[in-house]
Structure formats: C-alpha cells, structure tokens
Design a protein around this ligand. Structure first.
Ligand SMILES: [Zn+2]
Length: 94
C-alpha cells in the first residue's frame, strides 16, 4: 500500500473533513454517495472491493493532510471512540 498512484486506487472516494483532512477510500466496488453530497459519521458511503491495483478484496484507507499521506491511526481511533460513545440498547440482563 506504498506509493500507489491515483490510477491504481481503482474506484475511490475522497472525503474532505471540516478540519482539512482528506480521507481516501480505495479499491471500492460500489458507491452509495455522489460527488457534492454531504456525509456524516456512520453513513454507508461505499462497498469495499478489489478495483484498481489490488490482489484481493480489501479497503485501502488513507488520510492526507496538505496533499501528503499521514499516519491514519489517529483518525481510526477517533472513529472507534465515536462508535463506542453511541448509546446501545440493553437487550438482556442476567
Ligand atoms: Zn491499495
């Protein structure tokens, strides 16, 4: 997943966050959003696939800041924390 050009991303989606990060999702199969549309956390935006330079189905997730790839880990951790913070329904009790 190193030094991939735009062409090898296959079907890809780029989403700009309010704080200026560019989130890139590559090797997709199907889109559920359109260019210019607004998305929010938790929306289904696409289906992962194996388009472009890819040897099997997987999600290529990349975060760019000022046009350069950065460590995506803080963005992923932020997403996990937001998911963890959602309220869940109690469905059973011992
Ligand atoms: Zn890739």
């Amino acid at each position: 997943m190193k030094d991939e050009g735009k062409v090898s991303f296959g079907k890809s989606l780029r989403i700009r966050t309010d704080d200026g990060r560019l989130l890139i999702y590559a090797h997709l199969n199907k889109f559920h959003v359109k260019v210019g549309g607004k998305v929010k956390f938790g929306d289904k935006i696409a289906e992962s696939g194996t388009s472009g330079h890819s040897t099997g189905p997987h999600l290529h997730f990349q975060v760019n800041i000022n046009g350069k790839p950065v460590n995506p880990e803080p963005t992923i951790i932020e997403a996990i924390k937001r998911m963890a913070g959602e309220t869940k329904e109690v469905i059973s009790q011992p």
